[in-house]
Structures are given as C-alpha cells and as structure tokens.
Design a protein around this ligand. Structure first.
Ligand code: GRF
Length: 188
C-alpha cells in the first residue's frame, strides 16, 4: 500500500511507521512526507531515509481548498492510497476528504472523545482523570472527531508529570500506530 504521512513536528510516529515497514511489520511504502513547515525536524527523518518531502505552503494559495487541490495533484503523482496524519497540526477540508474517502487516518494522544485538540496529554493530566491513552481514528472535517479505529489506555499515576505521561503515551503511539495501519492494510 502506498502511504503518505503528513506531519508538522518531531516525527517520532513517522519514524515508527518507517521502522515497521523496514522490519516487514507493515506492508506499505511511505511514498511522500507532507509537511506544512519545512523547518520541522520530521523533514530530516525523511531525508535520511530517502523519502521525498512535499512542503505544502498554505500561504501561497488564496484558500485552504486550493492548497489541498494542489496537494491532491501531488499525492496522485505518487499514486498514494492511504494517508496517515502524524502530528499534522492542520484541519483537513472537504477537498482532500473527497479525494480520499475513508483513507485518511490520524493518531491522537487521548482516549477520544475525551480531550480532543492540541493539548490532549496536558488536558488529561489537568483534569485529574485516572486514565488517558491513544486513539487512532478516521479523519473527518472536525477536530479529532472521526470514527474510532483503535484505542489503548494508559494509567495516570499520582506521581505523573507532563513529561512522564508524555513518554508513556508516545511509547504506546509508536506501537499502536504501525500495528493499526498494518491491520487496516491487511483487511483491505
Ligand atoms: C503525537 O503525540 C500525536 O498523537 C499527535 O502529535 C504528536 C506527534 O508527535 N497528533 P511526533 O511528531 O510523531 O513525534
């Protein structure tokens, strides 16, 4: 399966997906990394692996829809079949959703529908809930609101800080994202 990964940040999930592919745990290829910021560290992770990077410069387009139309053209060049968002900090609109119906997946660091948005880890800690976790879901036009594919919980200990909780969440993400993608690909 030909994958595109979209990211805006560190790229630890991008690396986890690339490693799972290299270790034959995921029957896919990352055809292209899409970023909205060329300075994002994830770009280097792709360059090291000889994976093409496409920088979508949203501000070069009059509307987000036009930017996404250009992106669809780019994805079609690579015959992309499945899109994995991994820390991509932009809302996807109807242009991309219509081109890839049920083919855009996201990872979120909470047990959705609890704690959507940019600060899922911090918000769960601040809310003093006893557990949080990781969710893999289909993307729709809302914020972290699409159909859930897989979830796994993490216990919040009284001694947890944002740092310790984030470490546990990220470790779980790096297992759950590749395994969930592998299952989706196997059953399609
Ligand atoms: C992850 O916590 C993911 O759940 C969230 O953004 C973060 C991306 O981290 N959507 P990384 O760039 O993959 O390291």
């Amino acid at each position: 399966t030909k994958l595109a990964v979209f990211a805006s940040g560190t790229g630890s999930n991008f690396v986890a997906i690339a490693d799972a592919i290299a270790n034959d745990q995921l029957d896919a290829q990352i055809e292209v990394l899409v970023v909205d910021k060329i300075s994002a560290p994830v770009v280097q992770r792709a360059v090291e692996r000889n994976i093409p990077v496409f920088h979508l410069k949203y501000k070069d387009f009059a509307t987000k829809e036009l930017a996404e139309a250009a992106l669809v053209t780019e994805l079609q060049k690579y015959a992309v079949e499945l899109i994995a968002l991994a820390g991509f900090m932009r809302i996807i609109t109807g242009t991309l959703l219509a081109a890839y119906p049920n083919k855009i997946i996201n990872i979120h660091p909470s047990l959705l529908p609890a704690f959507p948005g940019r600060h899922g880890i911090d918000d769960a800690l601040a809310a003093q809930v006893s557990q949080t976790g990781v969710t893999i879901h289909y993307v729709d036009s809302g914020i972290d609101s699409g159909t859930i594919i897989a979830q796994q919980a993490v216990t919040i200990e009284p001694t947890d800080t944002i740092t310790t909780l984030a470490t546990k969440i990220h470790a779980l993400e790096h297992v759950l994202y590749p395994t969930t993608l592998a299952q989706l690909i196997k059953h399609n």
